[in-house]
Design a protein around this ligand. Structure first.
Ligand code: DUC
Ligand code: ZN
Ligand code: ZN
Ligand code: ZN
Length: 499
């Protein structure tokens, strides 16, 4: 029956090793791993001979049903998680982003309401801090203590909407540190971008290419470095979302080499697409690629980011999945500044990373699991419940066929949007079965996902990984401060002249 499942004959792949073993799942939990398992009669069996059995993907970064730039992203928690499952992803982490009138707690409640009724797989939430005051600080505390949120994002872009100033970012990061949370950042210099956008207007550039031209790579690298600097001063762990450029990735790499607790997240788009599309003759095609920070107009960025994933300089991958259809993108027909920002990826991420990473020989299968699942689970405190095939872990797995092929197309994808930025990409290596909470939710092209069956994940409950690293650094720092303290005796030596 469906509450017992035996995956037979596959190679079980974790981030730290591979073994030929069967996997037995009961009531949604992995109960046994090994050969010649004894399982109850009537257990449903899946033959995985010649295939890989991996922990389901974790998408660290989605925006489902996000009210944004005068409209709302079209993939919601139903179509978004269905598409995720079709692509081998079994956990998504979305962002609570309060509107101008909303408190963080109200926004949190709204996100839970939107998601709980629709999600077909488990999900967790990050929260975006878009204003700073005493109440926000209190709400952050409530979110960590009572609502299961342990990650807070600030925006250094979207001036006048979401953007915070450096002193406010300092305060948010300090609060994160106090709460034992991880800070996240959208790193782009929003003030300079606004000025460059005006310049584009003056020059008469109103098309999607203006989006790229007003958001140069240097502004991403500068803000990335600034966020890293503020994180260091507040001694707060930092996660840089959507790393889109080489130079931004290098800032993350340098800081890590110096021992700072910083993580970088390339996304499916930055690994598998590029910014040449902004110059496409078809407006709709160009506008479909508008996201922030933009894709870089250079075919070497994607492979470079993949290399940094392979050597551990970048840590986890997401998608920033935030989709808008042609009619919504058309809001910016006469002014690129009004094109809703966002691209697809939740369904495509694993196949894109396999094709661009494993097929090219950059990543081995264990690294593939690390960057698509295990590392994210560790950073966001859901490991080893998620991110690992082990006894006691959730029965969220993907059965992967390294030989299976397809060409990505909006005509056949499960995402609700009418465009796919990976259109025409030939993928080799695909999920053939996705198991969610011990049940087959996708098999050979057929979705059998159950609306509302996913659960909300508390990302505070296993908190350890990030702060373990940080605390070691902290001990060394305190030791140094002690060593440098000057013992002063006000009554020793010189006589004070108080005349
Ligand atoms: N960037 C996007 O492209 N969309 C949503 C928000 C963001 O920062
Ligand atoms: Zn962002
Ligand atoms: Zn086109
Ligand atoms: Zn985002």
């Amino acid at each position: 029956s469906q509450h017992r499942l035996l995956i037979k004959g596959g190679r079980v792949v974790n981030d730290d090793g591979t073994q030929l073993a069967d996997v037995f799942i009961e009531e949604g939990i992995i109960k046994q791993i090994g050969l010649n398992l004894v399982v109850p009669g009537g257990t449903k069996t899946i033959d995985a001979t010649g295939k890989l059995v991996m922990p389901g993907g974790i998408d660290t970064h989605t925006h489902f049903e996000l009210p944004f730039m005068g409209t709302k992203s079209v993939d919601d928690f139903l179509t978004g998680t269905r598409a995720a499952i079709a692509g081998g992803t079994t956990t998504i982490l979305d962002f609570v982003i309060p509107s101008k009138e909303q408190s963080l707690l109200e926004a949190y409640a709204q996100w839970r309401e939107r998601a709980d009724a629709k999600v077909c797989c488990d999900y967790g939430l990050h929260a975006a801090v878009t204003t700073w005051n005493e109440q926000v600080a209190k709400d952050m505390e409530t979110l960590t203590k009572e609502k299961g949120i342990n990650s807070f994002k600030v925006f250094m872009a979207y001036k006048g909407v979401f953007m915070l100033q450096d002193d406010e970012i300092f305060q948010v990061f300090s609060k994160c540190r106090e709460l034992g949370a991880i800070a996240m950042v959208h790193a782009e210099n929003g003030s300079v971008i606004t000025e460059l956008e005006k310049e584009m207007s003056t020059l008469g550039i109103t098309g999607p290419e203006g989006h790229l031209l007003s958001r140069p790579e240097k502004l991403e690298a500068e803000a990335t470095n600034r966020a890293i600097t503020i994180a260091e001063q507040t001694r707060c762990p930092l996660y840089v979302v959507h790393v889109m450029s080489k130079t931004a990735a290098e800032k993350v790499t340098e800081a890590r080499l110096k021992g700072q607790v910083v993580f970088g997240e390339p996304i499916a788009a930055s690994l598998g697409a590029d910014g040449s599309h902004y110059f496409h003759k078809c407006w709709r095609h160009a506008a479909a690629h508008v996201m922030s920070p933009p894709l870089r107009d250079d075919a070497t960025t994607g492979p470079y980011l993949m290399d940094l994933l392979a050597n551990g300089s970048l840590s986890a991958t997401g998608t920033d999945h935030c989709t808008f259809n042609a009619n919504q993108k058309a809001l910016g027909k006469d002014d690129f500044r009004k094109i809703p920002n966002g691209v697809n990826g939740v369904e495509d991420r694993l196949a894109v990373i396999w094709t661009k990473g494993v097929e090219t020989g950059k990543l081995d299968v264990n690294q593939f699991v690390a960057v698509t699942s295990a590392n994210a689970a560790r950073i966001f405190n859901i490991y080893p419940k998620k991110g690992r095939i082990s006894v006691g872990s959730d029965g969220d797995c993907v059965i992967w066929d390294p030989e299976a092929k397809k060409t990505i197309s909006a005509a056949t994808h499960n995402q609700a949007c009418d465009f796919n930025i990976f259109e025409g990409l030939h993928c080799k290596g695909l999920p053939i079965v996705t198991i969610v909470a011990g049940k087959i939710a996708y098999e050979n092209g057929q979705l059998n996902a159950v609306q509302g069956s996913g659960k909300y994940l508390d990302t505070t409950c296993f908190a350890e990984y990030v702060y373990q690293k940080l605390n070691k650094r902290e001990q060394i720092r305190e030791q140094k401060i002690q060593e440098q303290k000057i013992e002063r005796d006000p009554y020793a030596g010189e006589v004070l002249d108080i005349s």
